[in-house]
Design a protein around this ligand. Sequence first.
Ligand code: NAP
Length: 260
Amino acid sequence: MSLLDGKRALIVGVASKRSIAWGIAQAMRREGAELAFTYQNERMKPRVEKLAGQCDCDIVVPCDVQDDEQIEAVFEHLDNYWDHFDILIHSVAFAHKEELEGDFLDNMTREGFLMAHDISSYSFAALAKAGRQMMHGRNGAILTLTYMGSIRAMPNYNVMGLAKASLEANVRYLAYTLGPEGIRVNGISAGPIRTLAAAGIGNFRKMLDHVEENAPLRKNVSIEEVGNVGAFLCSDMAAGVTGEITYVDAGFNIVGMTGY
Ligand code: NAP
């Protein structure tokens, strides 16, 4: 018996083979889950369909998380295939490239702040709200992806650090709200990984080098390593865990000083 036999998971946030959501999808499929995917726009559709096919999945639906109607439509569409589902993966974030580099204040705008928070945090609660009915009575699990820039200041991450702080509070409020229905809500705080989204962050290469030199495990993490923890957190093996942010970062977050 595998970890996720009999579970159905909706994966939001696959953009490429490098996506963290793809690492999670592969781990979940390997552990027996049935999958469904969303794509952000028509340009992404063929790419996501191709990846979904590799997971024996033919449920691929549009979802731009800035559009309330599309969020509702995801679950109406899903309802044509599944009468319920068990797992929701939210692996979505966006901020303007100009706001992910340089001086935090010089580059911050009201519009950029709202956009980053809308796509990267509000969407998590919006998807949970729209999917709640279909997760009813399933002892389900909801998972999002965050980064340590939520709790520590660091170069270039800027407005996304604020959005991730909001997202992590979202994890706790959703866990508190959905816990009585048996739904668990958690976040993974991943170390830096080279993906399309990461390419928008100024000097990303330097972040990777710094982690490799200073993390206790002296390496960067892979989407497979994050995927495995995601599969565990969404399985019944983690039935007692909710409202938590779990670090998958080769231990980097526990280091105060290195070099001695
Ligand atoms: P990714 O492959 O580029 O995934 C980001 C996803 O967000 C893409 O699928 C993107 O779709 C989607 N997205 C952006 N705006 C959207 C919208 N309006 N509607 C629907 N989807 C939208 O990059 P990733 O690194 O795997 O990012 C996944 C999550 O992990 C993000 O929350 C990120 O902050 C987090 N994370 C990443 C790292 C890292 O170093 N890579 C570390 C910690 C946490 P399109 O490409 O189609 O726009």
